[in-house]
Write a protein that binds this ligand. Structure first.
Ligand code: SF4
Length: 497
């Protein structure tokens, strides 16, 4: 039950959302009959399928997305041999655009209070077994210190929708996250945000606080399902308010946005098409597509029967297809596979799905990094994660598989966002920065935080491997990268391109 203050705050926002809905300036971009008309076509012939895959491969250096009819055809294909071709192409596209690096981040939960009642979520207002709170200044500091002490440089700050965690709280906590310093070079250099859709003036404030990417998941693009899982009188009950949440963010000056759905609420093929149409709408209105796409799968959440009984839960085989097809569909976008998935599947999909970003050492409970160490506590968490390895264990796994772990946050600080970033990703020239900055940040990690096991493989194998990549692919940068690696080894920090 909401208290009087929460109810009043919610009612005022509902009133303003209602006003906004009557003047919404954008065209609805989810045309359900059109999506179904694409999806209801028969599976493509092998020849047509291979034409589409070849087109996707070419798109890696032109920045084009696949059109809806092609994405639907990929989603409809069932032949296992063709599926392997999608996996191989997803990896090729990722190598072309970003190179073989994985950017690492940590989700940082700042508040667990929420006025909404989403059927799949442990934080929903009616779940009385969850501990409710917004972190105070001392707790935020403790969380950031704990994260920085493991080696993290990038977080996504996560907030419930609640008067305690409104736009002012978000601004204060972002500023605080950036202000924490631990020793030489121990700091968070980029703070992305996952929070509820806002009004334009609120986005302006948050932009001023120096956020990175603003992330909103639509959860499901299917209206009837959306209505079923988000009660009508809740803030999240307005499909349209959420659908255009990132459009309003652009109006508020935020030029770097991220989309996603919660797979398991509705037919996964429909949801992939929804992501495509969302990306197309952002491109059409602002000329800038999503910086990242996330595809969390619904997992067990405390006291949420839907989270385990939904008839649309996605099995591993279909999930792998989803990850790879998203890479083919939108080659320039960052692709995020989270710790909701088990370690084996995550490793497999780095290669087969062209995944480019992952969270590691993840704790999603409130106060999780400073207080819970290795344990997960259901009464503090929104859902349960399957990959609970420490950051160092995760990095060891990446190194053993030959990937470059990266803590790069340079794009933001070099002004490579929005319209400045998109051409680099779309024309596959951003990888020159990705690998160079990945190398420098991994060098920092090796010197400041790595276990002996990680050093044993990172020093003789990973650093030389990717330095050789720089020499071969971006020879004009080689000398400077080599020099900055030496300076980093000599305890200079945050050297970036
Ligand atoms: S999904 Fe988000 S909005 Fe819905 S109950 Fe959970 S925290 Fe609140």
């Amino acid at each position: 039950m909401l208290n009087a203050n929460e109810q009043e705050w919610k009612n005022e926002r509902l009133r303003r959302i209602g006003e906004w809905e009557t003047h919404c300036p954008w065209d609805d971009f989810i045309d359900e009959p059109a999506i179904w008309s694409h999806l209801n076509r028969p599976a493509p012939s092998a020849e047509r399928f291979r034409d589409i895959v070849a087109k996707a491969r070419d798109n890696a250096s032109t920045g084009q997305m696949l059109p809806p009819e092609d994405v639907a055809a990929l989603l409809n294909a069932r032949d296992p041999e063709l599926r392997e071709e999608v996996f191989a192409t997803a990896n090729q596209i990722k190598q072309t655009v970003y190179g073989d690096r994985i950017v690492l981040f940590a989700p940082l939960y700042l508040s667990s209070s929420c006025v909404n009642n989403c059927a799949y979520c442990g934080f929903r207002a009616s779940n009385e077994s969850i501990e409710r709170r917004a972190l105070n200044r001392a707790e935020v500091e403790a969380e950031v210190r704990a994260l920085v002490n493991t080696g993290h440089k990038r977080v996504i700050a996560v907030y419930g929708e609640h008067p305690e965690s409104d736009a002012d709280y978000i601004c204060r906590t972002i500023e605080q996250i950036y202000s924490v310093r631990v020793g030489d070079g121990g700091e968070i250099r980029r703070c992305n945000v996952n929070a509820a859709p806002m009004f334009v003036e609120e986005y302006r404030k948050i932009k001023q606080a120096g956020i990175g990417t603003y992330q909103i998941f639509q959860e499901t693009y299917h209206r009837e399902t959306y209505r079923k899982v988000h009660p009508a009188n809740s803030l999240k009950g307005s499909y349209r308010w959420r659908q255009f949440g990132l459009h309003r963010a652009f109006e508020g000056g935020i030029d770097d946005v991220a989309i996603g759905v919660l797979f398991g609420l509705y037919d996964w093929r429909f949801e992939v098409m929804g992501l495509l149409y969302h990306a197309m709408s952002l491109e059409k209105e602002f000329g800038i597509g999503p910086h990242t796409i996330s595809y969390p799968r619904m997992v067990y959440a405390e006291n949420s029967p839907l989270s385990v009984r939904s008839r649309y839960l996605v099995g591993d085989d279909d999930f792998k297809k989803i990850v790879a097809i998203i890479r083919l569909m939108c080659p320039y976008t960052g692709s995020i596979l989270t710790a909701r998935e088990a370690p084996e599947l995550r490793h497999e999909m780095i290669v087969k799905g062209g995944v480019s970003q992952m969270d590691a050492g993840t704790r999603i409970g409130i106060g999780g990094y400073s207080r819970m160490a290795k344990k997960h506590l259901e009464h503090r968490e929104q859902f349960m994660v399957k990959d609970s390895r420490s950051l160092d264990e995760f990095i060891l796994g990446l190194c053993k598989a030959g990937h470059l772990p990266s803590f790069c946050t340079a794009g933001y600080r070099q002004g490579r966002t929005g319209a400045a970033f998109m051409p680099l990703a779309k024309h596959a020239t951003v990888n020159r920065f990705c690998i160079a900055n990945g190398l420098l940040t991994f060098r920092e990690y090796l010197d400041d935080y790595a276990s002996p096991e990680v050093r044993e493989i990172g020093e003789p194998e990973i650093i030389p491997k990717y330095l050789a990549w720089v020499r071969e692919h971006v020879p004009d940068m080689y000398g400077e990268v080599e020099a900055r690696l030496v300076r980093t080894e000599n305890h200079e920090h945050d050297l970036h391109f």
